[in-house]
Design a protein around this ligand. Structure first.
Ligand SMILES: *Cc1c(COP(=O)(O)O)cnc(C)c1O
Length: 396
């Protein structure tokens, strides 16, 4: 049997490669950081990680992880509700709820699981999910697992959201679902307006803070802080894999009865292993670090502003970012790939995106800033952008 299936896979893989969409991995032989060493010994500056607060190689988090291993062991060998809950799992849930000003939180192995397990236990075919068109794949999959009716509105388009809310008025319950920061443009969901519409049309509100928590808002607490929406958002999901240390782990946090129901019925929680003690211990330390001072977030904001201003002054077409994601617009798909490849030759890792990841004719280089970047890293990246920009005729 495998012969014909093998041929089928080989043809598909070849088609992916010919379309220029084949994903290759970069083998890093150092810790994740602003400066990385590759397996061949070469060094590069990393501008394509979600390491927004620079905590991925934090000695303090590594130490907290080691301490948790010593005190609570390596693994849990259980799901949470059978015998996979330690004191530190509960403490981490409390720290997350405190951070987001919510009643309670529930941990998952990843935010992918949090989003996969949030809709089906709460909503039925009588209800409606109204989802932003650029929401993350895990939200799309979570919605697919639920029988609720589906409505999709154009990215951050409040007139379209209002239309969809009107269409969904006959349903029993409605929920509006959005990413906090959208990963391709770095734009922010207008949470204040979303909450206003939710009140007008009697809908619940859910936001996925994966790219926004630790990043946006005056002290980096995410879009609820930025738009003054505490108390108006019913459900938050997020990851420990980006700004919050960059390891693994996800969570849902929000109103008490919602979290209580997820503990009873959410399938990725009930049927998948508990996060290991080291992740819970280091996760707790992450929230301690963020409570102690705002230094990391301040440095991130400074870096974003510095990079954006210098790039615009150099003549690049930059999307007006509101986050740590900076889109350098090139519009042409082939150019975006050439540009990223030449940047890699200069020792700068950035990502070139084109259709179907972004709309046709909207190809770009995505740059992700981090608190771990120092001025000389930023200057080196900007100089490389200018050099490659001139070589490829993007800059005059
Ligand atoms: C990264 C991301 C996720 C997935 O998070 P993991 O914890 O890595 O599974 C989910 N939602 C959004 C919006 C993300 O950006």
């Amino acid at each position: 049997m495998y012969g014909t299936f093998q041929k089928h896979l080989q043809d598909e893989l070849k088609a992916i490669e010919e379309a220029g969409l084949y994903k290759k991995e970069r083998n890093i032989a150092s810790a994740q950081s602003a400066e990385i060493t590759l397996q061949d010994g070469s060094k590069a500056l990393n501008f394509c990680a979600n390491n927004y607060l620079g905590l991925a190689d934090s000695p303090r988090l590594a130490e907290a992880a080691k301490k948790a291993i010593d005190a609570r062991g390596y693994g849990m060998s259980s799901v949470r509700f059978i015998c996979g809950t330690q004191d530190i799992h509960k403490e981490l849930e409390k720290a997350i709820a405190d951070y987001f000003h919510t009643d309670d939180a529930i941990l998952y192995a990843a935010c992918f699981d949090a989003n996969g397990g949030v809709f089906e236990p709460l909503l039925t075919a009588e209800d409606a999910i109204i989802s932003d068109s650029l929401n993350h794949a895990s939200i799309i999959d979570g919605v697919r697992l639920c029988k609720a009716q589906r409505f999709r509105y154009a990215n951050a388009d409040m007139a379209d959201l209002e239309e969809k809310l009107k269409e969904a008025q006959a349903c029993r319950f409605r929920i509006i679902v959005t990413d906090g920061v959208f990963s391709m443009d770095g734009n922010v969901a207008p949470m204040d307006k979303i909450c206003d519409l939710a009140e007008k049309y009697d809908a619940l509100v859910m936001v996925d803070e994966s790219h926004s928590a630790g990043v946006v808002g005056p002290t980096g607490h995410g879009v609820a802080e930025q738009f003054g929406c505490y108390g108006r958002i019913d459900i938050f999901t997020g990851t420990l894999g980006k700004a919050f240390g960059g390891a693994v782990g996800g969570f849902t946090t929000g109103r008490q009865e919602i979290i209580d129901m997820l503990r009873q019925r959410s399938r990725p929680y009930l049927f998948s292993n508990s996060i290991p003690p080291m992740i819970a211990g280091a996760g707790l330390e992450t929230f301690r670090i963020l409570k102690e001072s705002n230094e990391l977030h301040d440095r991130l904001v400074e870096n974003v502003n510095y990079f954006r201003d210098k790039m615009m002054a150099a003549g690049f077409d930059i999307k007006p970012t509101q986050s740590a994601i900076c889109a350098v617009m090139l519009y042409d798909a082939k150019l975006s790939q050439e540009f990223a490849a030449k940047m890699a030759e200069e020792g700068i890792f950035v990502t070139g995106f084109y259709y179907p990841v972004v709309p046709k004719g909207q190809a770009r280089i995505r740059v992700q800033l981090s608190a771990a970047h120092r001025k000389e890293h930023l200057d080196k990246a900007i100089a490389a952008f200018i050099k490659v920009g001139k070589e490829l005729g993007v800059l005059k």
